[in-house]
Design a binder for this molecule. Sequence first.
Ligand code: SF4
Length: 357
Amino acid sequence: MLARYFLRGSGPLQMIYLQINPTVMPLKPITANTRGEKKIYLLKPRGFCAGVVRAIDVVKIALNLYGPPVYVRKEIVHNKHVVDELRGLGAIFVEELEEVPSGARAIFSAHGVSPEVRRQGKERNLAVIDATCPLVTKVHLEAVKFAREGYTIVLIGHKNHDEVIGTLGEAPAKMILVESVADVDALTLDDPSRVAYLTQTTLSLDETKDIVARLEERFPMIRGPKSQDICYATENRQMAVKGVSEFCELILVVGSANSSNSKRLVEVGQNYGVRAYLVNDWSDVHPEWLEGIKSVGVTAGASAPEHLVEQIVAALNEKGFGDLEEVEMVEEDVRFSLPPELAGASSQLYGISAPSR
Ligand code: SF4
């Protein structure tokens, strides 16, 4: 089922579609590995989400339209392979805008930025293209709204993550970050009757549920977002891991160490009793992990390219994992329009990134 939402950002109205997942049942029953052959369960949805596809397209289109160099503030998405590929095409990645020459073209990453960074962009007279994922923008808008209404906002998220830094920047004097139930227990608020909470988009659903429950216990009048902030891609990939966990002895999650949603997939697998590891690519897979193993689940975080998954499946195949079953938990068909700065360039959409060579 799809729900349609409209977002108003700095540019024209953006239409986005969010998937509503009414069930955690796989679309087709999962077959237990009773034959004892070595089997791969390939999870779906996996890999690139709509926000990541859009952000990569933004960089490629900007390079194509304007030519290099195009500066990108922070990793456009948290994946080394993606960043290396774009660097090879002429993108220059910087940590802060002060590294960008005045008047140059700069792209903001999918994780979003604070108003202060936008101000710096204007001050340096940069031609900014904003690749912030619309679902991150949704959280920013909620923060602004609650702050205007006089709420103290408790943001559930991970300290120092780019997305969290950007969201906190919307109302720094009114927002408090919590990472755990213990952090909620330690909260002291001036007006406990006027509190709201928001979350990072890429958290563990289970862990966040516990933190929200504790917030509601401590602050019965607390308000939350109209629809959950954890995004459809995070939710769907976690559901797929849960769904397959009883069938797998091992789960390999393709993703980078700084990718929040990828790390959450590993934790979900482990919480459901499966050995699970985060790997950049096949070279990270330790041979001993596969010793005595008959069933391996393979998935990828929202910023990990599909060719790395294919590489792992092929390598497992060579190791005798000859049986492959794709487990589809939910149909995912979400797309975001390009940012207003690139309106009119949609004929140049690249879609999924090509393999790095
Ligand atoms: Fe957007 Fe979710 Fe993808 Fe992050 S993981 S870029 S919030 S769709």
